[in-house]
Design a protein. Sequence first.
Length: 225
Amino acid sequence: MKITYLGHASLSIQVANKNIIVDPFITANDLAKNIDINSLKADYILVTHAHQDHILDIESIAKRTGAKIISNFEIVNHYGELGIDGHPMNHGGSWQFDFGKVTYTSAIHSSSFPDGSYGGQPGGFLLETDEGNIYIAGDTCLTMDMKLIPLQAKLDLAILPIGDNFTMGIESASIAAEFTECNNVLGYHYDTFGYIEIDHQKAIDTFKSKDISLKLLNIGETMHV
Ligand code: NI
Ligand code: MN
């Protein structure tokens, strides 16, 4: 499995010869100017919740690539009305896709569309594949529900928000890593705007003190799981 960081909470994942985009927010992110959304391949677009900083580029990517949206029922319905195909899920539900098994996990946050309309309940994703298991937490606080993740799958990587203010910060994300029993973390949802700027070295050191590796990728950089 290959994971490329596209800035903010946006990811590109290659697994089982499929291309998956997560929460595309690229064209309005000054830090992601080097990413050309027209070059992104997508068979699926995973959407954790309906906030603008997670959905901005869905429509253009989906319409260009024909990618199918995987998200909660309300978000899939919303894009269905725009002629975009999707697979609706809800919390605790799993589905076997051609790249692996996806579970829509719980998250504590909010999920309105930019116009204020209801975007269902926010979530995250657990991906169980032949090339590894990853947890994408989405925007969330630290929750006891994260202790359920290792009961379902042995994680190879936990992708956790670390920017604080709107989501977990560094300290609580390091506890989330312990809850999920995963010592390999990719941080996301940081530095994009003033509220969520972090001290990178402090973040890495906080995790390191618990024997957890925190990766902070450059935008456009790829890691292997
Ligand atoms: Ni959000
Ligand atoms: Mn967000």
